[in-house]
Design a protein around this ligand. Structure first.
Ligand SMILES: C[S@@+](CC[C@H](N)C(=O)[O-])C[C@H]1O[C@@H](n2cnc3c(N)ncnc32)[C@H](O)[C@@H]1O
Length: 394
């Protein structure tokens, strides 16, 4: 059905251990024989290894879809979406109507993100294989989920990187309709305005749901500082679980405006929260942190490429050590890193060094990972981008 592609034994070993990418240097076949985005059957020394998408001009040349011999058509996507929906819903109650339906390689559709927001679907297509099959993917999503809208939020640079035609718009309504007003979603019965067209990522940081629950559980009567608050996920959980007050800090005025609206939407009295439009580094350096019993540090990805990793390490270290030094005794700190460029071991080392520098006695209460709707793969660290520690400072 699909063309054969021969790889070397090093790629075979990687595929067999579950790594889904084959780099161009490991391919024995002539790459000029393949079209961008087509499906291939991968072989090594005559033995079948699996099915993948090929991007012949890229260094990440093949992305594996399965160790089986598959035909990638509308029915394939339908079956995948049914299976993902069934599994993911097992971890969610009807108090939550937003979650990640499809997480790319980790859900075995490499390059495809689909986030579900109460019958609206927001997709991102990050490989030529899925960009070229966008139409059948949309049809399959309609068949399985019967959405009211499907929006494409693929980053415009991706089309260039994947050598695909550029649609020139970053937010495209692919199907259905979306009202002009920002729609309301719920997570654990907490209401949020989620800007599906223009918000960060696909509109909401779905990946922090379980950490928000963790903070909700310890917030009673606490004063909570939410650093890099975005639209107030942690702030709302804290206030609705009895926090005395919150301070929410972000550089984005738009995010803070939505945070204010989210407070009203949940009928919380506005004076319980103070919004501060400020840079994280300035805040940590110049403000009093002794007034807080819980501090959340959820900065943006300080590095997107390995070449920036030293810079990112410095930034994490500055913030974490700075906070640890300045808090009063018996303060909880939930600190996160959301870039795979700083892996789990590197982040552990940063936190360890920050604790050492601060000369404080610090307990690790929990190490947390992504929620169940964001699965991971062994030997593929890119899927484990979010890692967090809940610390308790004596
Ligand atoms: C990972 S998101 C936080 C998500 C949030 N915790 C939630 O649960 O929705 C990072 C946030 O940091 C903000 N940000 C980026 N650079 C910043 C800076 N230098 N200082 C403060 N906030 C910053 C972004 O606007 C974004 O809202």
């Amino acid at each position: 059905m699909y063309k054969k592609l021969e790889v070397n034994p090093s790629a075979r070993n990687a595929i067999q251990s579950g790594h889904p990418w084959i780099f161009s240097g490991k391919i024995m076949s002539a790459l000029s024989d393949y079209e961008n985005g087509e499906c291939v059957y991968v072989y090594c020394e005559g033995k079948f290894l699996g099915t993948g998408f090929i991007s012949p001009e890229n260094s990440i040349c093949v992305r594996m879809i399965s160790r089986s011999r598959l035909e990638i058509n509308r029915e394939f996507f339908i079956q995948k979406f049914i299976q993902m929906q069934r599994m993911k819903k097992m971890f969610l109650s009807d108090k939550t109507n937003m979650y990640r339906l499809c997480f790319s390689e980790a859900d075995f559709i490499p390059g495809l993100i689909v986030d579900y927001y109460n019958n609206n679907l927001v997709i991102q297509t990050n490989s030529a294989g899925v960009i070229k099959r966008r139409d059948i993917i949309v049809e399959a999503l309609k068949d399985v989920l019967m959405p009211v809208s499907i929006i494409d939020r693929t980053d415009i640079d991706t089309y260039k990187l994947e050598h695909c035609e550029n649609p020139s718009l970053e937010s495209i309504l692919l199907y259905g309709s979306l009202p002009d007003e920002i729609p309301v979603m719920k997570e654990n019965d907490i209401l949020f305005y989620v800007d599906l067209k223009n918000g960060h990522k696909t509109g909401f940081y779905l990946d922090q749901r379980e950490n928000r629950e963790l903070i909700g559980g310890i917030s009673r009567d606490k004063s909570v500082l939410n650093l890099c608050s975005y639209t107030g996920g942690f702030t709302l959980y804290a206030l609705l679980n009895g926090a005395g007050r919150t301070v929410s800090v972000d550089v984005s005025g738009k995010a803070l405006d939505l945070l204010e609206r989210n407070i009203k939407l949940n009928k919380i009295s506005p004076e319980k929260n103070e919004n501060v439009k400020e840079d994280l580094f300035e805040y940590v350096t110049n403000y009093d942190l002794e007034q807080f019993g819980i501090i959340i540090i959820d900065p943006p990805a300080f590095a997107k490429h390995v070449s920036d990793s030293r810079q990112a390490e410095k930034a994490y270290k500055y913030i974490n050590a700075g906070v640890l030094k300045k808090v009063k005794p018996e303060t909880f700190i939930l600190t996160s890193s959301c870039t795979s460029v700083v892996n789990q071991d590197m982040f552990a080392e940063i936190i360890e060094k920050s604790i050492r520098d601060s000369r404080r006695d610090v307990k690790i209460i929990k190490k947390t990972f992504l929620p169940a709707d964001h699965p991971a793969l062994f030997h593929f660290k890119e899927t484990e981008y979010l890692k967090s520690y809940l610390l308790y400072v004596l």
